[in-house]
Design a protein around this ligand. Sequence first.
Ligand SMILES: Nc1ncnc2c1ncn2[C@@H]1O[C@H](COP(=O)(O)OP(=O)(O)OP(=O)(O)O)[C@@H](O)[C@H]1O
Ligand SMILES: [Mg+2]
Length: 233
Amino acid sequence: MLRLNNIHAFYGHVHALRGVSLEVPKGKIISLLGGNGAGKSSTLNIISRLIQPKEGSYELEGTSMLRKSAGEMVKHGVIQCPENRRVFPLLTVEENLKIGAYIRKDKNIKSDMEKVFTYFPRLQERLQQKAGTLSGGEQQMLAIGRSLMGKPKLLLLDEPSLGIAPILVREIFKIIKEINDEGTAILLVEQNAHMAMEISDYSYILENGRVALEGNSKDLKDNDEVRKLYLGA
Ligand SMILES: Nc1ncnc2c1ncn2[C@@H]1O[C@H](COP(=O)(O)OP(=O)(O)OP(=O)(O)O)[C@@H](O)[C@H]1O
Ligand SMILES: [Mg+2]
């Protein structure tokens, strides 16, 4: 479905991506792993067209996306859930969810909100609460819920487990799997390599803006180098 080939990206003089190539097949969960500053968020920002590559190609379902705007990517069903669970703190839970559907003109917004509540019942209980007063874990649920309101074909998740208690992380990963089971492809950026490899089909490990290793998540989990460097084993 999505294919990046030899993507280079710069921030001023910082050469953040140095030839990233990766694929997300339809309906799969792919994880994008690596340490701080490896280029994970930059790769997602290329895919959602928040930043522009200097070189390389980017195709979605066989069509080049290099000339598309970030807004057009949302219309194509490519939706990014940003790092640090960014929600609109002064707006209510309900208003945040509605913003996720801003680009849509259809009338299913109410039923899709109900769908979000089946994944995250807590959001329904807190519908009129200001998002800024939610706990960190609840804000992460809201950020994911808001992304779902855009009806993603491809959901880009940037570190959904960051700063969240382990028990809630497990719950969020379970829901990510459920979202995928209903047909949404997911590109999952994670520092929690162990959990990410558990639920993904294939993994890429970035280092200094390059793919250092890739493979079926099952195989990578048993790879000695990966275990030493990324799984703390
Ligand atoms: N807006 C920016 N301006 C300048 N440099 C940037 C900017 N955003 C990212 N960078 C640099 O690009 C490189 C890749 O950053 P990126 O945010 O993609 O890493 P990451 O893998 O997501 O890291 P983390 O796990 O810390 O979120 C880093 O060296 C970072 O300092
Ligand atoms: Mg990042």
